[in-house]
Design a protein around this ligand. Sequence first.
Ligand code: NCD
Ligand code: ZN
Length: 336
Amino acid sequence: MSITLNSPLDMHLHLRDEEMLSVVGPLSSESFSGAIIMPNLVPPVSTKEGLLSYKERILKACKNDTFTPYMTLFFKPTYTKAFLASVKDELTAIKLYPAGITTNSEGGVSGFDVDELRPTLDAMSELEIPLCVHGETNGFVMDREAEFVSIYEMLATNFPKLKIIMEHITTKESVAALEKFDNLYATITLHHLFITLDDVAGGMLQPHLFCKPIAKRPEDRDALRKVALEGHPKVMFGSDSAPHPQHAKESCGCAAGVFTAPIALQVLTEFFVKYSTVEKLQDFVSNNARNIYSNIEIPNKTITLEEKEFTVPQKYADVVPMYAGEKLKYSITEIN
Ligand code: NCD
Ligand code: ZN
């Protein structure tokens, strides 16, 4: 059986920089038409010059692939309307991190005071710049995302013209919030469609499945599966593929992030063929993002996958992917 996908997009991707970028960049640019590039470098991407030079480095790493990096800035409540207007044509979204909640997010927002955030968020609304949010409080780790729903509500009601993307949702509460507010959208990762906390810590600890937000309960995973498989128009694929070197994962003090970029389309294909349809997969990996992010141009690319065994490499350079060493049912056989 052969499946064709048109212009797949990864709406949440970490490409890092320097040597790591040269390893992981091509693994996305080969099979995806474009990706939203997260700005959590050290230091974060927060100036026009920083954004443009990072984009150059990405394009260089991705060589001649047909691939558009959709650039983002690291949210700061001090961004003025004049600054945002000057950078608007170069970026696709702005990413808001709560301070210290995940990898390289120390300079993020604390307190979520609406008056402090208002000038920047009003300017983003007027300039039609979407806001991507890492939605976790600093509460108990399993409750962080559900607790953040009240902050999503505050943002959605105070800034009704702002498109707000709840990044990498992992709970049924976030799925429910999607239905409540017109201006809330979501990305869902590959790994959160498959794993629960049991897979991370129920047996021997699996550092390569440790990420933020932490995988939750079976009923949460089921809620994510439902909206993904039905091609829900407010939901997009965003891998949150987040590579770390092997020593940073297999260590005392494991870094958060699951590396899935090179296996994502193969695994999603098997999943949608089994439980849904290829049309819904096309919605999930491309069409919905095209509609939600009305400000992006998407290069044409056709990916063919066939039912042909693919053994996931143990490592890509120094990075261990999800399902390392395991056999997948589908392979990418053609890219045009
Ligand atoms: C991401 C990373 O490593 O940059 N880690 C993760 O666990 N997802 C950051 C993020 O998206 O939270
Ligand atoms: Zn991420």
